[in-house]
Design a protein around this ligand. Structure first.
Ligand code: ZN
Length: 285
């Protein structure tokens, strides 16, 4: 059976400070049910990667009937305005994500990212606020089940297509050599453990790599992610132990990022948030 899930590679540049940009890639996904569904819209100005991929499948942007954002971060919602203007599609995301998707201003105030609007575009209104367990019917026997997996962001979801055995996991799993990016450590751990308990996943698609994880690779990737959280946790404890009691969050973050091998250490609000969530909870690892 042909896969119903089609990854689309969207390259973009992430500003890490006022001068420097780094090359990044994010993947959006087309799901070919009877109704065409687009999962995530990439960064603003890069919508042509999606329209080109659709034409290569003999489809058109206008065929998109549903747009789902796996979460609220700028590299996943940047094309929302374009697809709202060029299609009749309905827009859906988790209720927790809607707050930041419907007001990018609130998102930027609460989670400032360098060059935020050059990635995120403009706010849109969402038609459907999803919750855990919702079943989305794309027609022709294709459905998507919503799995609420917060931690990387407050409104992160995974989408499971049982007919295909495919899980679209967004940014719930992150590259272990990349930046630690999560707003809540306990939720991140619980979300990874929850995915590990799903028995019927045959393929797992992530937002930063084209090839899905299959078979044993799925459990390995989840285990590696959990182990990485433990490693960051240990480094945070180590750095806090070495610094004076009144050390600033920036100092702790710098120390941890250096110990993780990230040089020069990208100390910025989103990495500070990730490191600080290790200190706001009891040690439960
Ligand atoms: Zn993200």
């Amino acid at each position: 059976m042909n896969s119903k899930i089609h990854p689309i590679r969207i390259p973009f540049q992430l500003p890490v400070n006022k001068k420097k940009k780094v090359d990044r890639v994010v993947y959006s996904y087309i799901i070919t049910g009877e109704e065409l569904c687009l999962v995530d819209t990439g960064t603003v100005g890069n919508e042509h990667f999606i329209s080109t991929a659709l034409s290569e499948m003999d489809l058109s942007v206008k065929d998109i009937k549903l747009v789902i954002n796996t979460h609220e971060h700028p590299d996943h919602v940047g094309g929302n305005t374009y697809f709202k203007e060029t299609t009749q599609a309905r827009f859906a995301c988790h209720a927790e994500a809607a707050r930041w998707i419907e007001s990018l201003e609130i998102q930027f105030n609460e989670r400032p990212v360098h060059g935020f609007y050059s990635l995120a575009g403009q706010s849109i209104q969402v038609h459907q606020k999803l919750k855990d367990g919702d079943e989305i019917d794309l027609g022709g026997g294709t459905t998507l089940r919503v799995i609420f997996t917060p931690g990387h962001s407050p409104g992160s979801i995974c989408l499971f297509c049982p007919q295909d055995g495919s899980l679209i996991a967004g940014d719930v799993i992150q590259p272990v050599d990349g930046l630690p990016l999560y707003n809540n450590l306990v939720q991140t751990r619980n979300s990874l453990k929850r995915l590990m308990d799903l028995s019927d996943v045959k393929k797992m698609y992530l937002a930063w790599v084209e090839k899905p994880f299959v078979g044993n690779e799925i459990r390995e990737a989840l285990t590696t992610s959990l182990n990485y959280l433990d490693r960051v946790d240990a480094e945070v404890k180590h750095v806090v132990g070495e610094l004076p009691q009144d050390a600033k969050p920036e100092d702790v973050t710098r120390g941890v990022l250096i110990r993780l091998g990230l040089e020069p250490p990208p100390v910025m609000p989103m990495t500070i948030e990730s490191i600080m969530t290790h200190l706001s909870i009891p040690n439960i690892s």
